[in-house]
Structures are given as structure tokens and as C-alpha cells.
Design a protein around this ligand. Structure first.
Ligand code: AMP
Length: 116
């Protein structure tokens, strides 16, 4: 069994967060340490630690992460100019929280593709 992270507590609303969206598959909230004007995290409600752990059964949930990203980008008013979706995987990818998450960042030109 994978170990729970702080994101499981956010899903269960056990700790405060800026919850933006939740349904039966995914949850979205503002990143606590934003690195762009808009910085939102979209996560599966199921604990999937990394991209390496995604299974075929998770494809609906992975797709939902994209449709929720699109909806939130529109709500944030950044859909027209564009934005970036990032999923870090393990140490070399810079992943800190081992509950898979999609970063939705935008609100200004983001520069080169690789973030520091
Ligand atoms: P990563 O480096 O891809 O694992 O990203 C983890 C992200 O989670 C970072 O951008 C953190 O700022 C963010 N984060 C960690 N704890 C919280 C929290 N309690 N609420 C919101 N965002 C968080």
C-alpha cells in the first residue's frame, strides 16, 4: 500500500485549502506556494503515487484531470492566452509529494519549458 500524503487530507477536507473543484474522481485546489499568477493542482482522489503507478483502469481519471484543467483555465481567464500543465515524476522530475498531481500554471508568459 502506498503511503498517504497531505493531499489525502485535502481530499477528505481534513486540512484547509483553497478548494476549487471536486467530483467523484478528482480534486483541484490552489498551490500553497504559487510559482505563477495562477497555480492550481489537480489530483486524483485515488492515491496514485507517481506516473509510474498509473494503470489502464485509471485512464478515465487521468482524462478527467485534463477536462478539469481546461474548465479551471477558462474560469481563471487564462484559456485564451494559454497555460502549462506539468506532471513531475520522482526524483529527477522534481516530484515532492508522492500523490500524482497536475500543475496548472499560467497568467503570464512562462518562458522556457523547464521550470527551476
Ligand atoms: P511537486 O514538486 O510536483 O511534487 O509539487 C508539489 C506541490 O505541492 C508544490 O508546488 C507545493 O507547493 C504544493 N503543496 C504542498 N503542500 C501543499 C498544501 N498543503 N496545499 C497546497 N499545495 C501544497
Amino acid at each position: 500500500m502506498a503511503e498517504e500524503t497531505i493531499f489525502s487530507k485535502i481530499i477528505r477536507k481534513e486540512i484547509p485549502t483553497t478548494l476549487l473543484y471536486q467530483d467523484e474522481l478528482v480534486t483541484a485546489f490552489r498551490d500553497i506556494n504559487p510559482r505563477a499568477k495562477t497555480h492550481i493542482l489537480i489530483i486524483p482522489n485515488k492515491l496514485i503515487p507517481t506516473v509510474n503507478d498509473v494503470e489502464a483502469d485509471d485512464e478515465l481519471t487521468m482524462g478527467r484531470m485534463f477536462t478539469v484543467a481546461k474548465k479551471l483555465a477558462k474560469e481563471e481567464g487564462i484559456d485564451e492566452n494559454g497555460y502549462r500543465l506539468i506532471v513531475n515524476c520522482k526524483a529527477h522530475g522534481g516530484q515532492e509529494v508522492y500523490h500524482i498531481h497536475m500543475h496548472l500554471v499560467g497568467g503570464a508568459p512562462l518562458g522556457p519549458m523547464l521550470m527551476n
